[in-house]
Design a protein. Structure first.
Length: 211
C-alpha cells in the first residue's frame, strides 16, 4: 500500500495542481460567456460548464490530498508527529472533497456542493502541505527545493491575494477571485513532477549485485 502511495504521489499531485489551474480557466469562461452576475450565482445543475467549476475544484483537493499521503509514505516513519497530523489533515481534505464530488454527481438529487465542506477541504490541503513539507525538510525525503516549496507554497495565498487587490478596481471578480488557487496549483503540479521524475530515475537505476 505504501509503495503504491509513494509511486502515485507525483502523478496525483500533478493532476491536483492542474485541476486548480483548470478551475480558474473554467471560471474565466463562465464569466466571459454568461457575465459577472451569472458567475456570482453559479448553479452546478444548470449547465456542464457550471458543473465543471466545482467539480474541478473539489477534484483538485481530492488528488492533492492523495499526493500528500504519498509524501507521508515517503517519510518511512521519520518525523512521526508531523507526519501523523499532516496525514490527518490530508485525509480530511480527501473526505471533504469526496462528499462534495458525490453531491455534484447528483446521487441525492440535484447536483450541488457545500461551500463549508469545500473550505474544510482547502484547509486540510494547505495545512497538510505545510506540516508534511516541514517533515520532509527534517527527513530529507524529497529534493531540497521540493521540500521548501511544499512547505511554503500554502503561504503564497497571502501575497497573491494582496497582489490581486489593486486588480479589483478594474478587473471583474471572475478574473481575480480564484487566481491564488491557479498560482498555488501550478506550484503543486511542479512539485508533483519533481517527485515523479525522481521516482522514475530511481526505478531506472541498475541494481548493484554484491560480490
Amino acid at each position: 500500500m505504501s509503495s503504491n502511495l509513494i509511486w502515485w504521489a507525483g502523478p496525483t499531485m500533478m493532476l491536483g495542481g492542474t485541476l486548480w489551474i483548470l478551475t480558474y480557466v473554467v471560471e474565466i469562461v463562465i464569466g466571459v460567456t454568461f457575465g459577472e452576475a451569472a458567475y456570482n450565482a453559479v448553479d452546478p445543475s444548470a449547465s456542464v460548464i457550471e458543473w465543471l467549476w466545482p467539480a474541478f475544484f473539489m477534484g483538485a483537493i481530492f488528488f492533492l490530498g492523495v499526493g500528500l499521503l504519498g509524501v507521508q509514505a515517503r517519510l518511512e516513519g521519520r518525523s512521526k508527529k508531523l507526519g501523523i497530523v499532516g496525514t490527518l489533515l490530508a485525509s480530511i481534505a480527501i473526505v471533504a472533497a469526496s462528499i462534495n464530488l458525490v453531491l455534484l454527481a447528483g446521487v441525492f438529487g440535484k447536483a450541488t456542493a457545500l461551500d463549508g465542506v469545500g473550505f474544510l477541504g482547502v484547509l486540510g490541503t494547505l495545512g497538510g502541505s505545510i506540516l508534511l513539507g516541514v517533515a520532509t525538510l527534517r527527513a530529507k525525503a524529497l529534493p531540497r527545493w521540493a521540500r521548501v516549496v511544499l512547505t511554503l507554497t500554502p503561504f503564497a495565498f497571502i501575497p497573491v491575494i494582496i497582489a490581486t487587490i489593486p486588480l479589483a478596481s478594474f478587473a471583474p471578480d471572475y478574473a481575480i477571485a480564484d487566481l491564488p488557487f491557479a498560482v498555488v496549483g501550478a506550484v503543486f503540479a511542479t512539485v508533483g513532477y519533481a517527485m515523479l521524475a525522481e521516482r522514475t530515475s530511481q526505478a531506472g537505476r541498475p541494481v548493484r549485485m554484491s560480490s
